[in-house]
Design a protein around this ligand. Structure first.
Ligand code: GTP
Ligand code: MG
Length: 464
């Protein structure tokens, strides 16, 4: 994707590879319409000279020798009111992979080039149809595995974060105007800076940037899903708990200890929380090689998790084996004790347990107390997915954005420091503000470099 000139026409299959009712080949660029005209015939075999803008047309797609490939619906969308800002053609055929590949091959033969991953979206960005944050949000939306992360991506696509960044930049530009006036009139520089309340304004901008940076913790959890490891000795009901949360019989449950051998990971939206649930092999001393490997994997997912559900058989109480596992959990902060099998009568109760960050009494078998678990998880992570998604707060979800905001914050802090330590050189102040502006600009794409674009757009799938 080294060539950012949008001279050539690009094409790709826009639908997933596999069987489907329809498949779409998308073409963007100045040759999109001429290519369509060459390969499209009416049902009676006639060429079509005029395609009405934005109107689906039924016909036959033919190959180089005039042989029909498939019956299709084709649409021509005239620039600039299209996703990429260029002429766009879509050919909707039947979804079989053979047919759709044939159509793509023909389109390439007629002069289009196969699109690079993310190239359609990159053209949309380069042609000013969307900014960088929105381009990244498109990818996030495609990659979203839970409802909550999809909603968050959609908010960014609609421009929430972009608006916020632009507003912060405008405020910095206003501050910069005062500082430049101070540079121009050195005798009155102190008065000018004071009359503009420069320091106060900088502090306000800084505190809003810092709030955005803080929102990353929450944003990341929602975007990637909260990793929840279900840990405990064999037979306490870990897999039953997984099944109860998923509301399906996903994992095998038996009365034989050591049933689960390998980790099972499932993504689910549970009471609005995007969870990546990991059911693990029961931890115990074992001579069985397969089981031992499984237990090692349990310990690994324990380490990588955001939250641990430590399950014990509450009808039995803490056993020696449970205590050993508790030892392993010492280092972990977010451990919720799950007292399972409450239907059999509990020997330990949550109000007696103080060692864990949270505790719930459940019956995985009877599906009792399961909802309370969601409450405990969100309480522990200080996460309220409803307000995150529907509230007015802007949340960042990308490491790239976090880094750039951090750099902007540092530059503003420097400016504030130099103001408080006796204001000597407005030129330096101006440089700090410029640095902050540049970093904010990189978030939305006012300021770009080729490397940056390469990195961002190469993460996309082809056809997007
Ligand atoms: N009465 C009762 N039995 C339960 C409950 N939860 C699980 N069980 C039973 O306990 C046994 C073990 O359940 P599993 O879910 O397979 O336990 P596990 O912790 O995944 O076990 P391993 O995979 O061997 O580590 C099964 O016979 C379940 O039916 C519960 O809430 N109440
Ligand atoms: Mg199990």
């Amino acid at each position: 994707m080294k060539d950012y000139l949008c001279e050539d026409t690009i094409a790709a299959i826009g639908t997933p590879i596999g069987r489907g009712a329809i498949g779409i080949v998308r073409i963007s660029g100045k040759d999109a319409l001429p290519i369509l005209k060459k390969a499209f015939r009416t049902k009676s075999g006639k060429k079509v000279e005029e395609f009405e803008d934005r109107k689906l047309r039924y016909g036959i797609f033919v190959d180089s020798s005039g042989e029909p490939v498939d019956e299709v619906l084709a649409v021509y969308m005239k620039a600039p009111k299209t996703f990429t800002g260029e002429d766009v053609v879509e050919i909707h055929s039947h979804g079989g992979i053979v047919v759709i590949r044939k159509i793509l091959r023909e389109v390439l033969r007629l002069g289009a080039r196969l699109a690079e991953p993310g190239e359609f979206t990159m053209r949309a960005f380069l042609n000013g149809k969307i900014d960088l944050v929105q381009a990244e949000a498109i990818n996030q939306l495609i990659e979203a595995t839970t409802e909550t992360s999809a909603k968050l991506a959609l908010k960014q696509l609609e421009g929430d974060l972009s608006k916020k960044i632009k507003e912060l930049r405008d405020r910095l530009l206003e501050i910069k105007a005062y500082i430049e006036a101070a540079v121009d009139f050195p005798e009155e520089d102190v008065e000018i800076v004071e009359s503009g309340h420069v320091r106060e304004k900088l502090e306000n901008v800084l505190s809003e940037i810092e709030k955005l940076i803080e929102s990353y913790r929450e944003g990341k959890l929602i975007k990637e899903g909260i990793k929840v490891a279900i840990i405990g000795r064999p037979n306490v009901g870990k897999s039953s708990l997984l099944n109860a949360i998923l509301e399906e019989e996903r994992a095998i449950v038996t009365e034989i200890p050591g049933t689960t051998r390998d980790i099972i990971e499932e993504t689910v939206t549970f009471k609005g929380l995007p969870l990546r649930l990991i059911d693990t092999a029961g931890i115990r001393e074992s001579a069985d090689t397969v089981e031992r490997i499984g237990i090692e994997r349990s310990l690994k997912s324990l380490k990588e998790s955001d939250v641990v559900l430590f399950v014990i058989d509450g009808s039995v109480g803490f056993t020696e084996e449970d205590r050993k596992i508790e030892e392993l959990l010492k280092e972990k902060g977010n451990v919720i004790l799950v007292l399972n099998k409450s239907d059999l009568g509990l020997k330990v109760r949550c109000n007696r347990v103080k060692e864990f960050a949270g505790c719930v009494e459940v019956s995985a078998k009877r599906k009792k107390g399961i909802d309370e678990l969601a409450g405990e998880i969100s309480r522990l992570l200080l996460l309220d997915p409803d307000s995150v998604v529907s509230g007015g707060e802007v949340i960042i979800t990308s490491e790239r954005h976090r880094e750039l905001l951090q750099k902007a914050a540092e530059a503003i802090k420097r400016a504030i420091d130099s103001l408080s330590s006796g204001f000597e050189s407005p030129e330096f102040l101006s440089m700090d503000i410029d640095e902050a502006l540049e970093n904010l600009g990189k978030i939305v794409g006012f300021v770009t470099t080729e490397d940056m674009l390469d990195i961002i757009f190469s993460r996309f799938c082809i056809g997007k």
